[in-house]
Every structure is written in structure tokens, then in C-alpha cells.
Write a protein that binds this ligand. Structure first.
Ligand code: SAH
Length: 243
């Protein structure tokens, strides 16, 4: 079976994306780049085609489906923090061409890889930027308070992640964290951080992918006001003394 066939026959492929006939080819190109890139340098632990389809592409499309449900086709700016090999940002950009998608990662070679992949997969509204979130979101930095949507998957636990991600959002924007089975406990631990950073928890939606027994969660947090200038702190403080 081709990657395109595996995607379209997957039970979790979101219905709204079925009418986009160009999408399976773009996603297959992302998968091909990942397999080829992994042979050159270590991009991801997930390398087998079925696992790439489900754990990278479908998982990212589930987040894209949530975003489409929230914003429709609005031409908004989305930032994916700690994007790695481009998840969830590359599939989100492939599925939602009206968004302007920026992927941020501290490793420059991953950003080069993501930009090459976006070109090969024909996703022109995607740009990867190399840098550290806590520096690019600092007061006075151009990316602070400049995005409508922020996503992150597998970067840090929620209290740390909120300090890295929420300062990038405009007031009224939304942070969507793709989380594993520990999400409910992480939300409890992040309540103080969310409030201090000028935000409020909106929801925590459970979902499942067939190859994984453990539940996954889409945690949504609204930016309700400005983040105080004291945040984000230096990374050592963020991780040693979470808010
Ligand atoms: N989101 C991807 C990658 C997760 S691995 C996925 O789910 O597959 C975490 C990534 O976050 C790594 O590539 C790492 O380089 C990046 N990262 C960690 N801390 C960061 C920070 N403070 N700023 C920017 N990138 C960071």
C-alpha cells in the first residue's frame, strides 16, 4: 500500500480533509523526506512507514482538524514550538493552506531539513526558524505577542511549555498542546503558570490512535491578556523553578 492509501484508509483521517485531493501527495512527500532524512541524520525515533503515517501524520492532522474547527479558513499566523522534524507543523501547513505557519527549533539542521521538506512537498506558506523559544519570545523581540495560534508536541511538561509558548500569542490567541496520558496531571501542575502568563485553560480533549493504548489529549489554552515582562525567564530558571 502506498502512503497515500494508508492515509486515506486510516480510521482517524479527518473527514474534512478528504475533499483536498492534493493533500495525500503532500503528506506522502513529508513521509518520504523523513525516511530519507533519517538515513542521513537522526531526526526521529519513529521510522517505519505505518508508524510515520499514524504517529506523525495522522496525529498532526487530528490537531489540524481541531484548528480548522476553531478558525475555519481564516488567514492566521501559527507558530509550532520545538518542531523537530516538523510535527505537527508540516502536516498542519499541508492541510490548512490559509495559515501562515512558522516552525521553531533550537537545532539549526532540523530547520534546514524542515525548509527543504516544505519545498519538496509544495507547502510554500511554511517557514522554519532556528532559535530558542525563551529568547525569541522575550520582551521587545519581534515574535513576542505576534501569533494567533501556537502548537507544541513532545517538547516539555505543561508548566515549562506554557512559559515557552504563551508569550508568543496575541491576546485572543490560542495555544494547542498535543499531550500524552499525563495531561490531566500536567494541567493541574500548570494552573498557576497559565494564570501568571495571562492565559486561561479552555479545554482538554481526549483522543486515541489505534496503535497506542494510552489516551492522547489536545489541551487548549486561551491568551486572555498580556504576558508580564518578567516572562519567559532564562531556560535554567524555567525548568528548575516552573511557575
Ligand atoms: N515536536 C516534534 C519534536 C519533539 S522533540 C515532535 O513531536 O516530533 C523536541 C524538540 O524541541 C527538539 O527538536 C528540540 O531541539 C526542540 N526544543 C527543545 N527546547 C527548545 C527551546 N527552548 N526552543 C526551541 N526549540 C526547543
Amino acid at each position: 500500500m502506498t502512503i497515500q492509501e494508508k492515509l486515506l484508509s486510516h480510521a482517524c483521517f479527518p473527514a474534512r480533509f478528504r475533499k483536498d485531493s492534493a493533500l495525500p501527495d503532500k503528506l506522502a512527500a513529508i513521509a518520504a523526506c523523513l525516511i530519507e532524512g533519517n538515513a542521513r541524520f537522526n531526526l526521529t525515533a519513529i521510522t517505519e512507514p505505518d508508524a510515520i503515517v499514524e504517529k506523525h501524520l495522522i496525529d498532526s492532522l487530528i490537531a489540524a482538524d481541531k484548528i480548522a474547527g476553531m478558525v475555519g479558513g481564516a488567514p492566521l499566523r501559527l507558530l509550532d514550538v520545538g518542531s523537530g522534524a516538523g510535527f505537527p507543523s508540516l502536516p498542519i501547513a499541508a492541510a490548512l493552506p490559509d495559515l501562515s505557519v512558522t516552525a521553531l527549533d533550537s537545532t539549526a539542521k532540523k530547520c534546514t531539513y524542515m525548509n527543504e521538506t516544505a519545498a519538496k512537498a509544495n507547502i510554500p506558506h511554511f517557514t522554519a526558524v532556528s532559535g530558542r523559544a525563551e529568547e525569541l519570545a522575550a520582551p521587545g523581540a519581534p515574535m513576542r505577542a505576534s501569533f494567533d495560534l501556537v502548537t507544541a508536541r513532545a517538547v516539555a511538561n505543561l508548566p515549562v511549555l506554557c512559559e515557552l509558548c504563551l508569550p508568543f500569542l496575541k491576546t485572543g490567541g490560542t495555544f494547542i498542546a498535543l499531550k500524552g496520558s499525563n495531561a490531566p496531571a500536567e494541567i493541574d501542575a500548570a494552573k498557576g503558570a497559565i494564570k501568571k502568563l495571562g492565559a486561561a485553560l479552555i479545554g482538554c480533549e481526549e483522543y486515541h490512535i489505534p496503535s497506542d493504548d494510552a489516551p492522547r489529549y489536545l489541551v487548549t489554552i486561551a491568551k486572555t491578556g498580556d504576558t508580564p515582562r518578567a516572562y519567559p525567564r532564562h531556560y535554567a530558571q524555567i525548568s528548575k523553578k516552573p511557575l
